[in-house]
Design a protein around this ligand. Sequence first.
Ligand SMILES: NC(=O)c1ccc[n+]([C@@H]2O[C@H](COP(=O)([O-])OP(=O)(O)OC[C@H]3O[C@@H](n4cnc5c(N)ncnc54)[C@H](OP(=O)(O)O)[C@@H]3O)[C@@H](O)[C@H]2O)c1
Length: 280
Amino acid sequence: MTQRAPSQRKLSKLSGSLVLVGAGKMGSAMLDGWVARGLALKRIVVIEPQPTKAVKALARRGLTLNPKGKADAASAVVIAVKPQTAPDAVPPLAPYVGKATLVLSIMAGRTISFLEKSLPAGSAVVRAMPNTPAAIGRGISVAVANGKVFARQRKLASDLLAAIGKVEWAGDEALVDAVTALSGSGPAYVFLLAEAMTKAGIAAGLPAELAARLARETVAGSGELLHRSPLDAATLRQNVTSPGGTTAAALEVLMGPGGFDALLTKAIAAATKRGRELAG
Ligand SMILES: NC(=O)c1ccc[n+]([C@@H]2O[C@H](COP(=O)([O-])OP(=O)(O)OC[C@H]3O[C@@H](n4cnc5c(N)ncnc54)[C@H](OP(=O)(O)O)[C@@H]3O)[C@@H](O)[C@H]2O)c1
């Protein structure tokens, strides 16, 4: 897998239109990122039954919202509706999908094969799995392309996803269930860590509010340190652990039998299995 740094203002050069289908949490985060990266509002079409105030405000400044009438082939169609909505929402997009159109879907569990069957034959499809830090431009997405995607479309998919964070490419769609289990669902594990640390702090005698603040800032600050540091997680962990000290006493429990590694391996395996069951 290859990593790309978020790109700045690359989208200002996009020719043709970009159709966003579903401007909920994820779709809106992408939209904000594209606009911040120079994508002209007049190039953007949003299809969304319940647009937010922010989307309506963009529509007043030139974005096209819920167009009526004849649709032309777009440069890209980005699908960000809930997976259960897909059977109704995807087939009507056919008029927007021409020979040169990139279709980028971020729907969890909706496979490339589902998209190919729901769209005109030969469509260039990229399936991507982002995660919720996308809301602050700090997500990570893993993308997989079908055989119809050519280099320029792949680059466009990278640029569109870079608006909400980092982008990795996987060569094999079979990896997406494990990706979903690790980075897609991963923010929930980190929030659970903050919750568990809060409860443990209370059990150790701290007032509840102080425990919650300490847990929140520790998780957030450590995440930021990991983000900014050139060191890997294991080295950063070792740097706070002196032999025979307090951290070492805690890590002996966390890294012992049935500890963190074993629990997360089990949890991620369960999520991967569930992803496989839900895929369609
Ligand atoms: N949130 C995550 O952690 C995460 C991570 C990775 C991938 N994803 C994927 O991202 C996608 C969007 O998730 P989300 O959290 O942003 O969901 P969301 O906030 O519910 O957004 C989906 C939006 O699509 C709209 N919509 C429904 N039917 C439509 C149609 N026929 N045409 C156009 N728009 C339609 C919905 O409107 P209504 O409210 O009126 O139904 C809603 O505003 C999902 O497929 C999810 O699997 C999410």
